[in-house]
Unconditional design. Structure first.
Ligand code: PBG
Length: 328
């Protein structure tokens, strides 16, 4: 035998030399759920090990992560029903606890990278990402609401904003609104190929943000999020987001869509992010808690696979655990 591929696997040192994919804490973004109030820390039943936290706990959590070298966070607000309305007005209310929290986080940790979604769903009494009128989810009429939300978030100190509703013309409209308000340094992480997936369940439990099925409104997001059957369509979305000024392109979910991550990485120059979503993490946690899989092996292998497919950045609920493992 002239060719023996095993020669390159014979020791940890050799394997290190030929390893094609690196996975490091610096690639990870940690999603966190914020609630109003003080001293609140409630575990999310469908995503064990993850919590809805008030600001005091979140500052402590972020401090621990920073000490582990994990510096990027995406924060989602769990908004009480009483503050939700059909126009998501609370999203840009100056008294909004989420915007206040962002200011406090950036004051205490100016060197962190803080990200936010820009979409109506956490603030909407209809539970949809866009404005609902006459049984329809309106595309263009939602834009001014998103622009007000985005400018308020930039003003509060968020570094990157993620237009996440998968509707049309978001990136360009928000880029112009941000620039006009003077926030030329605030970046846009576009949810470029976000699929109408069954794997967002635990996230919607955490925020109580599932679309409300009512007489005239659909109970799912299929008229705006992408059909899981489609891949070529992701190229159209990526091209539009690129032209409109996105700084990073995201694919979501990650594991069932590794081919889409790979495709966008091959076809576009912008950094590619992958959102390893709540349901994907929950499945692995469940198997590990049952003793069916080994968490310390299965978890990093999963993140490595997302990197190997082409993701530069991974948003994952495992970020802190990975950072802790890497420190050892
Ligand atoms: C909101 C949003 C969702 C997620 C991130 N931003 C849910 C949805 O579209 O219904 C899901 C993330 C996760 O499941 O971890 N537009």
């Amino acid at each position: 035998m002239l060719r023996r591929p095993r020669r390159n696997r014979q020791s940890a040192a050799v394997r290190g030399l030929v390893r094609e994919t690196q996975l490091d804490t610096s690639h990870l973004v940690y999603p966190l759920f914020l609630v109003d109030g003080k001293d609140v820390k409630e575990e999310i039943p469908s995503l064990p090990g993850n919590y809805r936290m008030s600001l005091d706990h979140m500052l402590r959590e972020i401090g621990e992560c920073m000490a582990l070298g994990l510096r990027s966070f995406i924060v989602f607000p769990a908004v009480p029903d009483a503050r939700k309305d059909r126009e998501a007005t609370y999203s840009y209310d100056p008294d909004n606890f989420y915007l206040k929290a962002a200011r406090a986080i950036k004051r205490e940790f100016p060197e962190c990278c803080l990200m936010s979604d820009v979409a109506m769903d956490p603030y909407s009494s209809d539970g949809h990402d866009g404005l609902v009128r006459g049984g329809k989810i309106l595309n263009d009429e939602t834009l001014p609401i998103l622009a007000r939300m985005a400018v308020a978030q930039a003003e509060a100190g968020f570094d990157f904003l993620g237009p996440s509703d998968m509707m049309d013309g978001r990136v360009g409209y928000l880029r112009e609104a941000l620039d006009a308000a003077g926030y030329t340094d605030t970046g846009i992480l576009s949810y470029t190929a976000k699929y109408a997936s069954a794997f967002y369940g635990p996230f919607r439990d955490a925020l109580d943000s599932a679309p409300r099925a009512e007489a005239d409104i659909p109970g799912d997001k299929k008229t705006y999020q992408m059909d899981p059957a489609n891949k070529r369509e992701a190229l159209i979305e990526a091209e539009l987001d690129t032209m409109e000024g996105a700084d990073m392109l995201m694919v979501k979910p990650a594991l069932n869509y590794l081919d889409v991550i790979h495709l966008l990485k091959s076809e576009f120059e912008l950094p590619i992010a992958a959102y390893h979503v709540s349901g994907e993490c929950a499945m692995l946690i469940a198997a590990c808690r049952n003793g069916w899989l080994d968490y310390e092996q299965a978890m990093p292998e999963t993140l490595l696979a997302i990197r190997r497919a082409g993701a530069d950045i991974i948003l994952t609920y495992f970020a802190k655990d990975f950072a802790r493992m890497q420190q050892r």
